[in-house]
Each structure stands twice: as C-alpha cells, then as structure tokens.
Design a protein around this ligand. Structure first.
Ligand SMILES: [Zn+2]
Length: 245
C-alpha cells in the first residue's frame, strides 16, 4: 500500500529568475511532461517510478519556454488560485455571495450546499474542508448548466435559431463555441460573470447557427439582436482572471 504525499512546490532558477513548480506523478504516462497554466502554475509530470534527478535537466531544456510562459501567466510565485474560506466573496449568477464553510454533522459525508441571495454556504465533511475546490467546481458546473440551458432557450426563441444540443464544460481558451452540427458549448465559469456578459456569449454562439464565421452578415445579425455584445466581450477579456476557479 502506498500513501500519496501532498504536492509541494519547489523553487527553480530559470534563466536566473525564480519560478515555483510542482512535480506531479502520473500512473498513466511513461513519458515526462511539462505544463504551464494559470490554474496550476508550472507542473512537471513524471511517470510514477521515475526519480527526481531528471527535473533539473528538464527545466534547463525548457528554460526559454518556461521563462516566457511564467511572465505571460504571472505564475512565478505559483499558481494564482483563488482561496476559498469563510468570508470570501464570489460572484455567482451576477450577485456577490459571501462564502461560509461549515462542518457537516458527524458521520455525514455528502456536501450540503445552500445558495441564497447574498450567501453560499457549504456544509462539508472534515475531509472536504481542506480542499473546497472540487465541491465548489461540481456545484458551479451544475448551476452553470441550468443557467446556460435556460438562457440558450430564451435567446434561441428570440433569434429564431435553435441549437441541436447545449454542452457546458470547462473551456480554457474560449467562452463558447458552435459546431457545424449545431452543438453549442459553453464554459461553466461563465456562472461567475455578470448576466449581460453571459447573454452576449450565448447570443454570439446562437448567431453562429446562421453564419458559422465572423463575417459582416454574422455581425449585423448579432448587432441587431444583442447591441451591447462588444462591451460585454470587452468586460470578459478584462476580467478573465477573476473568473478562474
Ligand atoms: Zn464566434
């Protein structure tokens, strides 16, 4: 039996500048890997049994790339994750909600979540209290699915174009997309954005059901049905980092 140690971060000097990184073990890979993203920072992925002595070499080999990405994503001090604790404020469905994390009564394991007009209470088992994120993400995904499905139905009626299917998942580079087969996909993190921004994304993707491009005809339709879409998209671009979980 093995015990999984918590991931700890270390400091590397890349081109003379410090960058925090973590090593993650993967059972599924036999190759080493390296990734940089806002959410996890710099992560080195190693096959389960590979020794750590390859790490300096790997960092050295990728130094130029890491150096550029570390600035681009601002992760030199580690990932810019949001801290969830009682008292934090999170915008959900357009309203600020004060977070409260409480313990479930003894013996109960399933999280109990209560959203009110100005609060979000998570009642959690002791094991979940240390890492609220998975519970929070699951909950926000559910809320997002409901909200985006409703909004899509409203905008589809309004515009007179109907998607074949609506998918809500995690998107890293785009808030929404439309496939040639008429499937709309949205990023669940939109649930933290103001409703007018979410509407702009939904209207944009529905207009793609008529024009699967960014042509003048596409924009003249979008301008007509959602005149404020440009300001909303600008808001999303400027607040991208606030909408990370
Ligand atoms: Zn588009």
């Amino acid at each position: 039996m093995s015990v999984r140690l918590p991931e700890r971060s270390s400091l590397a000097l890349i081109k003379g500048k410090p960058v925090r990184y973590r090593v993650r073990r993967s059972r599924r890979t036999r190759k080493m890997g390296i990734q940089v993203c806002k959410r996890d920072g710099l992560v080195i992925i190693l096959p389960e049994r590979m020794g750590l002595k390859v790490v300096p070499e790997l960092l050295e080999y990728w130094a130029d790339w890491i150096d550029t990405k570390a600035d681009e994503y601002d992760i030199r001090q580690g990932p810019r994750v949001r801290q969830f604790a009682t008292g934090s404020v999170l915008s959900i469905l357009g309203k600020p909600r004060h977070l409260a994390i409480v313990n479930l009564p003894n013996g109960r394991k399933r999280p109990v979540i209560d959203l009110t007009d100005d609060s979000l209470t998570l009642a959690l088992a002791p094991a979940d209290v240390f890492d609220v994120r998975p519970v929070m993400e699951k909950y926000l995904r559910r809320l997002a699915r409901q909200d985006l499905t409703e909004r899509t139905a409203i905008w589809a009626d309004r515009i007179g174009l109907f998607p074949r299917k609506v998918i809500v998942g995690e998107r890293t580079s785009r808030w929404g997309s439309c496939s040639a087969r008429g499937t709309l996909s949205f990023c669940y993190r939109l649930v933290m954005a103001p409703p007018e921004a979410v509407d702009a994304v939904v209207a944009h993707e529905i207009c793609h059901l008529a024009h699967l491009n960014h042509s003048r005809r596409f924009y003249s339709l979008l301008d007509r049905v959602c005149p404020d879409h440009r300001e909303s998209m600008k808001w999303l671009r400027e607040h991208e980092d606030d909408l990370l979980l």
